[in-house]
Ligand binder design. Sequence first.
Ligand code: ATP
Length: 677
Amino acid sequence: MALASVVGSGALQEAIAKTKTKAKKRYLKAKKDRRKKRKPAAVPSGSRTEDATHDQDSEGEDEDDSAAEVTSSPAGSVHAVDAEPESTHRPKKRRKLSPPAEDENPEVKSTASAEDDQIGLSPTTNVARLPSAPVTLPSFPLPSHPDAPSKATLALQGLDKAIIEAELIEPRRRMPIQSTDAGEAALGLSEQTKKRLQELGITELFAVQTAVVPFLLSNTKHRRLYLPYNPSQDVCVSAPTGSGKTLAYVLPIVELLSSRAVTRLRALVVLPTRDLVTQVRETFEAVSKGRGLKIGTATGQHSFAHEQAQLIADRSPQLQGGSSRVDILICTPGRLIDHLTGTPNFSLQHLRFLVIDEADRLLAQSFQDWLAQVLSATRPQVIFSCGSDGASSTLVHEDAPAPDGLAPTFLRLLRGISHDRTDLDETQETSCQKLLFSATLTRDPSKIAALNLRDPRYFVVQGSPGDAAAEEDGVLDLVLEKYSMPDTLSEHMIVCESAQKPLMLFHLVHTLGVKNALVFTKSAESTVRLVKLFEFFKEFRPTEAKIVLRAYSSDLAPSARKDILDKFKNQEIHILVCSDLISRGIDISHVSHVVSYDAPVDMRKYVHRVGRTARAGRDGDAWTLVEEQEARYFKSMLKEANHLNAVKRLRVSELDLAPLISSYESALTKLKEAYSR
Ligand SMILES: Nc1ncnc2c1ncn2[C@@H]1O[C@H](COP(=O)(O)OP(=O)(O)OP(=O)(O)O)[C@@H](O)[C@H]1O
């Protein structure tokens, strides 16, 4: 109360003011002294300000809650501040990066905290004045290779059970054809087939064949032509290029169909190109010699009428069972659809095997929805309707060829026979077994679903069986669409300027002796241009004139293509320059080098190109010329496929190229003249 009245009087106020002034003076002096004393200890460098001292202290102070997260020294935060404009500083973060100061010197921390409170520095100001010091980045845990997901995990992810349970086959596995061992007798091959194989020089089965052939032949129950109540499992095979996939299906088909009494179309082999059709036909003919099987092809190479005459014996309408002159038809999908829709009595009702070779490429083709049409032609097309009397009757698809008594599943379609279903009826299924083969098998769920596979069995040629990790890898590789290459293949890449590519090719041919080679370009046009340039180049290097080079492209007539391929096979042509037309499936045993003159745009193309060499256990070299601007993409493509380490980079020095340059330049001038005419 007394004090309140005193405060109210003016004289007293003056007296108090004087007393206060003295006290204040004492306080300020003491404070100045304190500062003077503190200055040298807190500021190591003359460039630092007083405020900065406080800042540094306060850095230590705020570490408490973040020290556990951060392992770097306080210097880290200092550096960060120096590097940024003051206005953008975010003090909290920076403090997090500077942990142990307060641990080392807790006293500094508490003092500074008090000082800060006193002076009222904003955190922003604090950080802005942090001193600079060497940087130590926070250390993070080393990256570790995540464990491959287990099959159980993959199953949980909804992956097809069949893929997860794929059988892994060691690529070097072999099985002698003639053997008295019980195990090898289980191959399921007849003596006649074994004899024929020996005549062809085949004494053992390759890895893929050792798995697929017994699977299709050893179960005697499944050796029948019609299996309406117990149809066979479908089969998917993923095996490297040149590993012998063709024989893996040719042998069982020939073996099984040889028991047939009447000719019906029982095996259909679909391939993406005419050249492959020709090649597979040759294999069928060689293996089935003397077995009385009739083999036909449909590729559009001949007129439609000519093909019809080759395939169908009788065109009379509604012929029961259709008509077929062939037991085995090898075809391209487009021409197959033409016959399905336009050839009377062409029927798939007796089909026992549907082979889709180069499956990944064929499944990518949606031409006229060919797959759906083919699959539907292998099944009886029935439409049930209710008659006026309420009883069910069977309507037959009018366009479907009439059934005969041979294919039980189709019997109920016989016209004039009403088929009332009862619950005693056993379900009958088509006997057609699907066999899919590829070096790069798809796992695209929509494509797999479109195939409507029946309890499929997957075989993967890769890794080593018995080793659980390898087995897991093999399945994963299949799942992830990774690629397995032949063991005998060496792969190289040369990175160069675009303009240097022809020179690099000449270097490969003339200096490194690349011969018996396929050279892949990106188009038919560049194929022709490269061959011309090479011919001009040879004119200036007469000593090497004997190297014969030809273009092989889709522009050529089929007969010309065949002629060139034959000459190449006979080694009258040493280098074939081609587009991707023959990058799939074509089997020319003596190809020792593959050069990708234009780098392939995706991994599948790469796999199929390089797969033209190192076939059937032979050695082979693959070279890819990569333009500098493409190098990054090409390497990342290989890396993604886990294949970068397999492709060695070859560096070609200017010295290596020097002897070729003048001839090259003269050839280039001639080429320009030729094209300007
Ligand atoms: N058991 C065997 N013994 C000897 N040679 C074989 C055997 N099986 C296949 N070959 C030969 O191996 C070569 C490659 O076979 P094939 O063309 O069937 O391979 P592929 O796996 O289909 O290759 P791609 O995926 O490139 O089409 C052919 O020349 C074939 O004659």
